[in-house]
Design a protein around this ligand. Structure first.
Ligand SMILES: [Zn+2]
Length: 102
């Protein structure tokens, strides 16, 4: 299920990046080229919420700091939980198993 990555501006900082579409939940996995950014995945609902409610870029900057602070080889998974009204940023192994906590 490895489709060729698309090139697009990073969702958080706008720098050149690549992303892949992933499913369950629908999300995009970004690999950003900017030094102050990094690797992360973000769900469709989190992206929509940022675009609708956070036009002032504050949330993008906060999330970018989380992504930039992750250690090498770590991927930040960004989601918004509508049940708890909370942002969820989980660190996972960028190249390891995905989904199940280990
Ligand atoms: Zn970026």
């Amino acid at each position: 299920m490895t489709a060729a990555p698309e090139r697009a501006a990073c969702f958080l900082c706008g720098a050149p990046s690549e992303y892949r579409e992933l499913g369950a939940p629908e999300r995009r996995h970004y690999l950003c080229s900017a030094a102050g950014c990094g690797e992360y995945s973000i769900t469709r609902r989190a992206q929509s919420l940022i675009e609708i409610l956070y036009r002032a870029k504050v949330r993008r900057q906060e999330l970018r700091q989380v992504v930039a602070a992750a250690a090498a080889g770590q991927l930040v998974e960004i989601d918004f939980n509508p049940g708890t009204n909370a942002w969820e940023t989980n660190l996972v192994e960028a190249n390891g198993s995905h989904g199940q906590a280990s």
